[in-house]
Write a protein that binds this ligand. Structure first.
Ligand code: GLN
Length: 244
């Protein structure tokens, strides 16, 4: 009897190992923070958006299924380093600070920051909020620009854009600084707000982050981005979500 149970256990383990290995071989994992419409957001029980579509195209190129791992923005680069995810597509700005930790693909979107304020506010640009109470999202470039470039002292940081926008609506903040496209989405979805575009904010380039040294994947991702650009598919994807 004992022998039979032992044999059965071995059989079960063998099957488990084989199916587990098989799954890993056929799946590529994308890390993101799905609170950043139009790039990644939750619709029903699915993560959709511009980055999700780019991720799906990368998976297709690799002949694998795509698994999307939704996590805090701040955890994304760590997850890449510890192989919890294979690539990060999260509206992430490729900058020198992050290049110390990861490699970036060619860029696929040029962004800038936006300022969300109450509809009746006189704020016209970044210079008008230097002494105001400003909300930003922890670890986003918007936070870094406010604190390091513009030395804004009265900053409140939040885990998600939506939390900062709620505080702004409740009158607890004078402004929220976040990437322009998500800023526009928040304003569309919430009454009584407007977006200020300030040309003094620098352009930011979004790119896919990949573990340092994984040149094989980096090259594939760059091929996908080049193809998406050449075929006009990238513009199609962007328009589909941006002008929704
Ligand atoms: N582009 C910003 C950054 O890289 C915000 C990205 C995001 O929220 N997903 O920090």
């Amino acid at each position: 009897m004992k022998k039979i149970i032992a044999l059965l256990l071995v059989a079960v383990l063998a099957v488990a190992l084989v199916s587990c290995g098989g799954e890993n071989a056929d799946v590529v994992t994308m890390g993101t923070n799905a609170a950043f419409e139009p790039f990644e957001f939750i619709e029903g029980d699915e993560i959709v958006g511009i980055d999700a579509e780019i991720g799906a195209t990368i998976a297709e190129k690799l002949g694998k299924d795509l698994k999307i791992n939704d996590m805090e923005f701040e955890s994304l680069l760590g997850a890449l380093k510890t192989d919890k995810v294979d690539f990060v597509a999260a509206g992430m700005t490729a900058n020198d600070e992050r290049r110390k930790e990861v490699d970036f693909s060619d860029t696929y979107y040029t962004a800038t920051q936006g300022i969300i304020v109450a509809e009746d506010s006189d704020i016209k640009g970044i210079d008008d909020i230097l002494d105001k109470r400003v909300g930003a999202i922890t670890g986003y470039t918007g936070e870094v620009i406010c604190t390091e470039t513009y030395k804004i002292k009265d900053m409140l940081t939040f885990k998600r854009g939506v939390d900062a926008v709620m505080e702004l609506k409740n009158g607890k903040l004078d402004a929220v600084v976040i990437d322009l496209q998500p800023a526009k989405m928040f304003v569309d979805k919430n009454e009584g707000l407007k977006v200020i575009e300030d040309p003094s904010f620098e352009a930011e380039e979004y790119a896919i982050a990949i573990k340092k040294g994984n040149t094989e994947l980096l090259e594939k991702v760059n091929e996908v981005i080049a193809e998406l650009k050449e075929t006009g598919k990238l513009d199609e994807i962007i328009n589909k979500y941006q002008n929704k």
